[in-house]
Design a protein around this ligand. Structure first.
Ligand SMILES: Cc1cc2nc3c(=O)[nH]c(=O)nc-3n(C[C@H](O)[C@H](O)[C@H](O)COP(=O)(O)O)c2cc1C
Length: 355
């Protein structure tokens, strides 16, 4: 039950992948602890530049000799008018006033060309540093990128939220697919259809994807323990990717208040919002989410909105105020615990082996 083609390919003991979590959660300490305990640690490097990506890899290599991986955001074209940015800034102004921070401007906004350049530099770093696994979300990278990674024997993993997306991932030559159910914490990885059509529960998604693709399937969304792992394997997945469960571990780099909010939340508090980044994502409901929910459509596109809210999220974290932080979480926060990575993994494995 524990060994299969995924554990073989990824060279891990257990079919468990720690979800990449961009934004400071997946530190070298967390990634290495996961890899040292027989699972695959993954860096969420979507918000980093090439130099920072290399530093994290080098740091992790000092802490583990086992396999770990890197996850990147596939850059997508976006446009934004000054009027739309001004409108978003106007809606964000009351939060800036509450936190006593500067008014948002229209400078330092992201552009597609530099995001794309950074992405390609990161790919180069992954190849140069011989990182054995590279996964993607928010779309599919070019065939050149996939081919180059595979030529260097790097295992390439895509993310899908529907059967069509999983078929697309397979068609593009990727080795495995993470199927992200609507229960999942953090950003939705949908890229073919609107987010509303891509909210499929994991129990529906796994068997329908496994019936339609030949590459191994990794299940993600709301899995926190041996029951979730066992159910995913029963439905046809070959491994699971768990985010929230690792986020609240002692080794994770998540803010203390983020961890506490999850541990004290109920399943009905993990809601979807696009007010933080311009892309739909699931997190624990707070004042920022509640007060912006009637204006979701008026906010800027990803990644512009993400840049506009950056000083709000930073100031809130520095001031110890969780009401204005992005508290990403999946739909199973009641199962989250403050524990070590070793405790989490050994508990899951024991639960899986229990008759
Ligand atoms: C804080 C946080 C950050 C995340 N960042 C990323 C990311 O950078 N790349 C990615 O592919 N998925 C990211 N995800 C989504 C996870 O890969 C995965 O789909 C999700 O955690 C599964 O749901 P769970 O949190 O209930 O386990 C993130 C999730 C969380 C909770």
């Amino acid at each position: 039950m524990l060994r299969n083609e995924i554990t073989e390919l990824l060279q891990i003991d257990y079919p468990i992948i720690q979800a990449p979590m961009a934004g400071g959660v997946t530190t070298p300490t967390l990634v290495a602890a996961v890899s040292n305990n027989g699972c695959l640690g993954m860096f969420g490097s979507g918000y980093l530049n090439a130099e920072q990506t290399r530093e994290q890899i080098k740091e992790a290599k000092k802490l583990t000799s086992n396999h770990f991986g890197i996850n990147l955001f596939v850059p997508t074209q976006f446009s934004q008018s000054i009027d739309e940015i001004n409108q978003a800034n106007l809606l964000l102004q009351p939060f800036r006033e509450k936190l006593n921070i500067a008014t948002g401007g229209t400078s330092n906004l992201p552009d597609y060309e530099s995001a794309s350049e950074t992405f390609h530099e990161q790919i180069r770093v992954i190849i140069e540093e011989r990182v054995p696994v590279c996964s993607f979300t928010f779309g599919i990278p070019s065939s050149e990128v996939i081919r180059e990674l595979k030529q260097h024997n790097i295992i390439v993993i895509g993310t899908a939220t529907t059967v069509d997306e999983a078929i697309e991932v397979e068609k593009c030559g990727m080795d495995m697919v993470v199927v992200q159910g609507c229960e999942a914490g953090g950003h939705r990885g949908n890229f073919l259809h609107d987010v509303k059509e891509s909210q499929i529960g994991l129990m529906s998604l796994i068997p329908q994807v496994t019936d339609n693709v030949n590459i191994p399937v990794i299940a993600a969304g709301g899995i926190m323990d041996g029951r979730g792992l066992r159910a995913s394997l029963c439905l046809g997945a070959k491994a699971v990717q768990m985010g929230t469960a690792f986020l609240t571990c002692q080794e994770s780099g998540a803010h203390k208040l983020h961890k506490e909010s999850i541990v004290h939340a109920g399943e009905d508090q993990a809601v979807l919002t696009r007010a933080f980044s311009g892309k739909w994502a699931r997190g624990i409901k707070n004042i920022f989410i509640t007060e912006t929910q009637n204006h979701e459509a008026a906010f800027a596109q990803y990644p512009v909105q993400n840049t506009l809210t950056q000083n709000i999220r930073k100031a809130a974290a520095a001031q110890g105020n969780p009401e204005f932080m992005s508290l990403w979480s999946g739909q199973s926060p009641r199962l989250a615990k403050s524990q070590s990575v070793e405790e989490l993994i050994s508990r899951i494995v024991a639960e899986l082996l229990k008759k």
